[in-house]
Ligand binder design. Structure first.
Ligand code: ZN
Length: 348
């Protein structure tokens, strides 16, 4: 197994060297090399590559009379950024699902693709929901980082295939005020400023070892509403309601436990900046573990992929149902006061 990991790392390093014109890139400041000695091989073959994702989205659009595909911008490396739209009535409330601002946080995009497939079906319940809520899905904002196609070395990553940062080594989830990167600029100008959006769920992955409070119990995810003081209290409350829908759904299924994410208040973070700039109710949802990272304790083998993808899908579906039937307005948010924080700080 270790041999396999080593091979992946070598091919990743060679790929990077080729990109950089054969010049050996310096190893990043963090990490001492690909010393992953866990008993999981890092296999990402179940995940959609960029090319596969685009092919999938185009197929969905060609077969569905409700799904509409829009290219809303391009990445640093000129990859098209796609928005999938299920819009029946502009007067309906609108929710936006955003995934993979960080390229190494992959399973949430797989969940989004499953949702897109589900919403494209002729299922009666789906039609009923889509007659009452508009759905926008922006899968994989960081398309270059997800391909490992970046202008810096991934030598110190466990598998060297995915990175948190975009091709310019910028953290897109710290660029929601400056909009200095093409991905975030396009996301704001061509989605947030163009559509009348009520809710946003921003899907991420965190470290694999976060616990429920001080207990030893590992969590399947963590959630948080906007915490910048500039955010309108009514928007915060609306965000807490969205969180309550997800919390109740994940806990009820019995396979997941959620904690309260320990996150910053800065407005350059999407959860905060989008809520304060556009009065959109936002929720951060961090799933357990990552596909690749320079910290091996952040990497989760693929044995957990299935349930984490499912956790994303049921959360998205629950949000749609609660908005469509209006139950989100009445939901009790008091659980937030007693929800244990994560036992380990992450980096949303
Ligand atoms: Zn993230």
């Amino acid at each position: 197994m270790k041999k396999k990991v080593t091979q992946v790392v070598i091919s990743g390093a060679l790929g990077t060297a080729l990109l950089l014109g054969g010049v050996a890139a310096p190893v990043g400041a963090v990490g001492e090399g690909p010393n992953y000695n866990g008993n999981e091989t890092i296999k990402n073959e179940r995940l959609h590559t960029y090319e596969e994702m685009v092919k999938f989205l185009k197929k969905i659009e060609s077969r569905s009379n409700v799904a509409e595909l829009e290219v809303y911008g391009q990445s640093v490396k000129s990859r098209d950024l796609y928005l999938v739209k299920f819009m029946s009535d502009p007067a309906n409330p609108t929710i936006l699902f955003l995934t993979q601002q960080h390229g190494n946080e992959t399973l949430t995009t797989e969940g989004a693709l499953k949702l897109i497939q589900h919403l494209s079906s002729n299922n009666k319940e789906v039609k009923e929901i889509l007659s009452k809520v508009n759905v926008l899905i922006a899968p994989r904002l960081n398309v270059d980082g997800a391909e490992g196609d970046v202008n810096f070395s991934l030598d110190d990553y466990v598998s060297g295939t995915h990175t948190r940062y975009n091709a310019n080594e910028a953290d897109l989830n710290r660029d929601h005020l400056d909009l200095a990167q093409p991905e975030t600029k396009a996301f704001h100008e061509n989605i947030l400023q163009k559509y009348n959006i009520d809710y946003l769920i921003d899907f991420h992955h965190q470290g694999a070892l976060n616990t429920l409070g001080d207990s030893d119990q590992l969590v399947s995810g963590s959630i948080l509403y906007p915490t910048n003081p500039q955010v309108d209290p009514a928007v915060v409350e609306k965000s807490k309601k969205l969180g309550a829908v997800l919390y109740n759904t994940v806990e009820a299924r019995g396979f997941g436990t959620l904690s309260k994410y320990v996150g910053g208040t800065a407005n350059n973070i999407g959860r905060n900046g989008i809520a304060s700039q556009y009065n959109i109710a936002t929720l951060l949802f961090e799933m357990r573990g990552m596909a690749d990272h320079y910290r091996d304790d952040y990497v989760l083998g693929q044995k957990s992929n299935g349930y984490l993808i499912k956790q994303a899908v049921i959360s998205m579906e629950a949000a749609l149902k609660a908005i469509a039937d209006g139950s989100i307005e009445e939901i009790d948010t008091s659980f937030w006061d007693s929800l244990p924080k994560s036992g380990k700080k992450g980096e949303e």
